[in-house]
Ligand binder design. Structure first.
Ligand code: CMC
Length: 392
């Protein structure tokens, strides 16, 4: 019935209009609400960028203070939600722990189930921004068998997260300002990226009028995949694999070009960027600096740079316009900060959260929104007669 257009992967199909994020993939431009990512990375903070994405404008000082103080008042998890972590196996991957705990927020805040009340959406927004770092830190603590720390609300969002992750209950924890600033910067760079897989998932789930927690939980699961947020862990595993098999970058690149099963250059390529990913450019510039200060693993950074140089000089990658993306260098930095490889995608989720929230809110307020319901091109059998099991 009617003409449908087949577009696997939505290569050409826009599902919504949006005012939040602008990407020019050919020119390598990224702007949040009109502000170039380079300026935000250099001059803004993650909390300010979160406000900008969600509310559309940079806050003045009073607005920023109020936003930060509201978030700091909601960082605690309900004691029953804390017990939730006991039910997972000790070696559980932290991404499904994260999405499960976010999904469970709907059971603790059942008023959130009606997503049309503006005050309700506002408090759910604050709760999510405040509690996701606590949930993430507890997922880490659970995996290393260490006790949970209550948040210290005199600290900023990133500092609080670092303390809850790496601190111990009876010991003072000095937040390293270089480390906190570096993580804040990485969160800014991940904060939004228009209709990527996880954000589209948040919108699709939300389009059925599912609440904010349910929609974001779905987005976290979409981010988990190695072609999306999971790529940052995959890059580090790839670099270690190259190192452990003798460090021959050229032969690894050949395996990629020969399309060996499951061998891709992780952290390379992008659906929209056909030029250097501007986020990767910023990260690369700061990687040396940060790794120098935090004492990163130089051998892996060396392999990464060699791999990049090799690929950028090779026709296979040049013809396909494959450049490093945001995930290529982040893993090295996260590792130098002390995070285990398994945890990297959780850090991506913490950064992307304000973007997901902004898109969910924009969608709910857009009169043009309809339930997401793609069509298909049917290629199965035409009508057949049912055959009883004894006759098959
Ligand atoms: N290594 C080797 N070849 C590649 C790669 C890669 N990383 N990426 C794309 N190609 C090739 C692909 O085989 C295809 O070649 P051909 O036309 O000869 O078949 C061509 O380049 C076009 O690729 P595509 O698969 O049609 O591109 P896509 O837009 O569907 O996929 C992508 C985009 C990001 C999933 C893909 O580039 C990829 O798998 N990259 C590795 C994973 C990764 O780094 N993901 C992080 C993306 S950025 C942050 C985020 O979204 O989380």
């Amino acid at each position: 019935t009617g003409l449908v257009t087949l577009d696997p992967g939505f290569v050409n199909t826009a599902a919504c209009s949006s005012e939040i994020c602008f990407i020019d993939g050919e020119a390598g431009i990224l702007r949040y609400r009109g502000y170039p990512i380079e300026q935000l990375a250099e001059r803004s903070t993650f909390i300010e960028v979160s406000y900008l994405l969600i509310y559309g404008e940079l806050p003045n000082q009073a607005q920023l203070d109020e936003f930060a103080s509201k978030i700091s008042r909601h960082t605690l998890l309900h004691e029953d939600l804390k017990r939730f972590f006991d039910g997972f196996p000790r070696d559980a991957h932290p991404m499904p722990v994260l999405s499960s705990a976010v999904s469970a927020l709907s059971t603790f805040y059942q008023d959130s189930l009606w997503p049309f009340d503006q005050d309700q959406v506002e408090i759910s927004t604050i709760r999510l921004l405040a509690k996701l770092p606590t949930i993430a830190a507890y997922a880490y603590k659970k995996s290393v068998g260490q006790p949970f720390l209550y948040p210290d609300n005199s600290l900023g969002l990133v500092e609080n997260f670092l303390r809850m992750t790496f601190g111990f209950p009876a010991e003072p924890y000095e937040v390293d300002p270089d480390l906190a600033r570096a993580l804040d910067l990485l969160f800014i760079l991940h904060a939004d990226h228009e209709q990527n897989c996880s954000t589209s998932t948040v919108r699709l789930v939300g389009s059925s009028e599912a609440n904010l927690f349910a929609s974001i939980s779905a987005g976290i699961n979409a981010l988990f995949g190695p072609l999306h947020g999971g790529a940052n862990s995959a890059v580090l595993n790839m670099l270690e694999g190259i190192r452990d098999s003798g460090g021959d970058v050229g032969s690894f690149v050949n395996r990629v070009k020969n399309r060996e099963e499951g061998v891709k250059l992780m952290g390379f390529g992008h659906r929209v960027y056909k030029n250097y990913d501007p986020r990767a450019a910023i990260i690369k510039k700061t990687a040396d600096d940060i790794l120098g200060r935090l004492g990163g693993d130089d051998s892996l950074l060396h392999i990464a740079k060699e791999l990049e140089a090799h690929a950028l000089a090779d026709d296979y990658f040049v013809e396909r316009k494959l450049y490093p993306n945001v995930d290529f260098y982040t893993g090295l930095i996260y590792r130098a900060m002390g995070f285990p490889t398994k945890f990297f995608t959780v850090l991506f989720a913490l950064g992307r959260l304000p973007g997901w929230i902004a898109h969910w809110r924009e969608m709910m307020n857009d009169p043009a929104t309809k339930i997401g319901r793609p069509r298909q091109v049917y290629t199965g059998h035409t009508e057949r007669e049912y055959v009883p099991v004894a006759d098959r």
